[in-house]
Design a protein. Structure first.
Length: 95
């Protein structure tokens, strides 16, 4: 394979500030509260953006993740569910 083709096939690594972390949660969920604290702290530390979506207000999220909440997505891809490991999330964000 030529060097040009190798470069074209590589994904450009995003900086943490270019990443979006989504916490899929529901009201009254103690695991969601714990996950929120970890996501909020890691994103503040790394500069990554984050948002929270209520699974009870989104039918598609409900169908996809109901048995796994809380769920953490990074750039729309599932990263983890139930418990969030801060070190693993940092590594995923490239920090």
């Amino acid at each position: 394979m030529s060097p040009l083709m190798r470069r074209a096939g590589k994904k450009t690594k995003k900086k943490p500030a270019e990443r979006m972390v989504t916490l899929v949660s529901k009201p009254g969920c103690h695991l969601c509260d714990e996950a929120r604290a970890v996501v909020e702290a890691v994103c503040a530390e790394t500069g990554a953006n984050w948002e929270e979506k209520d699974i009870t207000a989104d039918e598609a999220l409900y169908r996809a993740y109901w048995e796994q909440i809380p769920v953490v997505l990074v750039d729309g891809e599932q990263h983890t569910f139930w418990r969030v490991d801060a070190d693993r999330l940092r590594r995923e964000l490239g920090a």
